[in-house]
Design a protein around this ligand. Structure first.
Ligand SMILES: [Zn+2]
Length: 147
């Protein structure tokens, strides 16, 4: 049974086939009305203060959820279409590129340590959980949690 999580409010849900009723519309979030929910292979419990960003197959930001502004000091408007690493100002240790790994191999990467540069100039240690998208469009979900 697929699991889903809302990129905006982080509400978790599950569904038989990922479609809603007879209309076969893509699932949206029942709580906050966000336009789509992200499918996960396994259930996921985001940590306190987590912020979600959804990206396309080229790691460009499609949507930034609730909490991203607080986490980064950046508005969603200025992030859409940019590379998520640049948009969130994320730097991984030792030049690692777990986002590239997720996109290339379609495997999730959990609890990856990184540094996030807040728009106010503060460096924050964070932990990233990265999930590949399972639909035909590809892409990934980036969950950033304060370390
Ligand atoms: Zn929601």
């Amino acid at each position: 049974m697929p699991y889903f999580i809302c990129p905006n409010c982080q509400r978790r849900s599950f569904d038989e086939d990922g479609r809603e009723g007879l209309s076969h519309q893509a699932l949206g979030c029942h709580d906050c009305g966000f336009g789509f929910v992200f499918q996960l292979l396994e259930d996921y419990f985001p940590g306190a203060g987590a912020a979600f960003t959804v990206c396309d197959r080229d790691a460009r930001v499609l949507a930034a959820g609730h909490g991203v502004f607080e986490m980064t000091g950046r508005q969603e408007d200025g992030m859409i279409g940019r590379d998520v690493r640049e948009a969130l100002a994320l730097r991984f240790a030792d030049g690692a590129d777990p986002i590239g790994t997720v996109l290339e191999w379609g495997v999730r990467q959990m609890e990856v340590p990184a540094t996030l540069h807040h728009a106010a100039g503060i460096e924050k240690p964070v932990v990233c959980d990265l999930f590949p998208a399972y639909d035909d469009d590809g892409g990934l979900l980036v969950a950033v949690t304060p370390a």
